[in-house]
Write a protein that binds this ligand. Structure first.
Ligand code: 5GP
Length: 120
């Protein structure tokens, strides 16, 4: 049976401190932590603390605009904090064809090496 998209994910456990994470930024709305399986020297995930139906970007509603902006702005803050002044990449994977594996929206920030385009 498939998991309902509004079910809790491993990221709720990270928000609730039930499992550890290497947190690099936190405020009342968002949490940023290092990816457990990094694809670049810097690989950070930024998530809303409350999912509010945002299992992925494709589920966004008008009410999510503020948190979506907050996620992107946090990507900028984290990139600066990580010293990625040469550039970095921001990714949101959505759905099976987008290789999404955790259904709690998250922004990847990748940097510290040359990125390639197209990404493949
Ligand atoms: P997605 O494939 O959904 O875009 O990205 C999910 C990301 O979450 C993957 O890059 C994966 O390595 C990361 N991830 C999965 N479980 C954990 C975890 O328990 N802790 C951390 N820090 N990252 C995780």
């Amino acid at each position: 049976a498939s998991t309902p998209l509004d079910s809790p994910t491993i990221f709720d456990k990270i928000v609730n401190k039930e499992i550890p994470a290497n947190v690099v930024y936190e405020d009342d709305k968002v949490l940023a932590f290092r990816d457990i399986n990094p694809q670049a020297p810097t690989h950070i995930l930024i998530i809303p603390k409350v999912k509010d139906g945002l299992s992925g970007l494709s589920k966004a509603e008008e009410r999510h605009c503020e948190v979506l902006g907050r996620l992107l702005y946090t990507a900028k803050l984290v990139a600066k904090q990580e010293g990625l002044e040469d550039g970095f990449r921001v990714v949101i994977n959505d759905g099976p064809a987008g290789c999404q594996s955790v259904y709690h929206i998250h922004v990847h920030v990748l940097g510290g090496r040359q990125m390639n385009w197209p990404p493949g």
